[in-house]
Design a protein around this ligand. Structure first.
Ligand code: ADP
Ligand code: MG
Length: 184
């Protein structure tokens, strides 16, 4: 079969991991060999599982670099899932292209934007090469509108990567994600 590249993106709490797990579990039901990877940096819930905010989970292999994914995919694997893909280095685009060319269905979930609204790490490239992109929304914690943004509650920390949960982040609509005021 010919491979494919699928991306599920959106802000924190939008259901990216839920959707990734849904697609991967269906592939498993169809008896396709599935492997799931996640960046080792994301150890919020579990070292060797991908876990959603609604407590769905699936076994995963933590890796430190994107090349490691290429080295760890078995010949028999039909579907590769990658969560928190925004944390990988720029080589991730080459890696997923190689996997797809080998006939593998690659499904990735990641933040399209950082808390400043800028493309997160390799996501801009991944969205460009993807065969399918699903951009999903959370619910704004202020007004209940569809929320495409991740709001960092403490803007004093300006690192792009600051791993946290509801302690640090909220899903917000555009109007309520603007902590700099109208001018920025
Ligand atoms: P993501 O991977 O995009 O961070 P998850 O798949 O882990 O999202 O979690 C999605 C779940 O998060 C929802 O089904 C819901 O139970 C919960 N949730 C918490 N806060 C919100 C919010 N503000 N909007 C929508 N869902 C939320
Ligand atoms: Mg997630």
């Amino acid at each position: 079969s010919s491979g494919s590249i699928e991306v599920v993106c959106g802000p924190m709490f939008s259901g990216k991991t839920e959707e990734l797990i849904r697609r991967l579990k269906r592939a498993q039901i169809a008896r396709q060999k599935v492997q799931i990877f996640k960046p080792a940096i994301d150890n919020r819930y579990h070292e060797t599982e991908v876990v959603s905010h609604s407590s769905l989970s699936i076994e995963a292999t933590p890796v430190n670099t994107s090349i490691e994914i290429l080295q760890k995919v078995y010949d028999s694997t039909r579907v590769v899932g990658i969560d928190e893909v925004q944390f990988f280095d720029e080589n991730i685009s080459v890696v997923v292209e190689k996997l797809a060319r080998r006939g593998i269905r690659v499904i990735m979930a990641g933040l399209d934007q950082d808390y400043m609204g800028k493309p997160f790490g390799p996501m801009a490239n991944l969205l460009a090469i993807a065969d399918s992109v699903d951009k999903i929304h959370a619910i704004c914690t202020v007004c209940g509108a569809p929320a495409p943004k991740t709001f960092r509650k403490n803007p004093n920390n300006t690192d792009q990567v600051l791993v946290g949960e509801t302690d640090l982040y909220e899903a917000r609509c555009r109007a309520h994600a603007d902590f700099f005021g109208e001018d920025q």
